[in-house]
Design a protein around this ligand. Structure first.
Ligand code: PRP
Length: 184
């Protein structure tokens, strides 16, 4: 789906599909250099990270790239993360001695990732780093050390490229700001 297909639902296109792909290519070159000679386990966090994971993994020019998935849910009412995280689907991979790269669509409060990193580090990994396409610095409740960040964005309601509103708009190719009339 293109932004033109949902034009009335967006106040603006924040990042085009091309901008996203160029950024992921740039990040991939850094990852290839940083992990030269080592195999990587990409850990995608369902469901938002599906698009980033698919494009990042395909951009990496090495067969030493594995993928696994986790689904987590933060306790608490409303749309805000609470910091208390429950694992809905765990990894199938043994992490002992592995170089893990967590792949996320967005860091909002930072609570999910800060919990997730500590959880994965406790499993005997060789290293745990984070790659997030988007970060909202103004929404941070905890500082998370993120090695690869695509774009820092304003604290607005963004959808597309995996990001949803009520499970919709994940299939939008670009990332846009959702118009208030959609959610009010
Ligand atoms: C989003 C996103 C992160 C988390 C970030 O997931 O994918 O996992 O929120 O928020 P935080 O930094 O405030 O913890 P969400 O819970 O919306 O689920 P989804 O990926 O299935 O859309």
């Amino acid at each position: 789906m293109e932004p033109a297909d949902v034009r009335d639902d967006l106040t603006e296109v924040l990042l085009t599909e091309q901008q996203i792909h160029e950024k992921l290519a740039e990040i991939s070159r850094r990852i290839e250099t940083d992990y030269a000679g080592r195999s990587i386990l990409l850990v995608g966090v369902l469901r938002g990270a599906v698009m980033v994971m698919a494009d990042l993994a395909r951009e990496l020019k090495s067969p030493e790239v594995e993928m696994d998935w986790m689904a987590v849910s933060s306790y608490g009412a409303g749309t805000q993360s609470s910091g208390v995280v429950r694992i809905l689907k765990d990894l199938d991979t043994d992490l002992t001695g592995r170089h893990v790269l967590i792949v996320e669509d967005i860091i909002d409060s930072g609570l999910t990732l800060s919990w997730l990193r500590a959880n994965l580090e406790s499993r005997g990994t060789a290293s745990v780093e984070i790659c997030a396409l988007l970060r909202k610095p103004d929404a941070a409740k905890v500082e998370v050390d993120v090695r690869y960040v695509g774009f820092e964005i304003p604290n607005a309601f963004v959808v597309g490229y995996g990001l949803d509103y009520a499970e919709k708009y994940r299939n939008l190719r670009a990332i846009g700001i959702l118009a208030p009339h959609v959610y009010t």
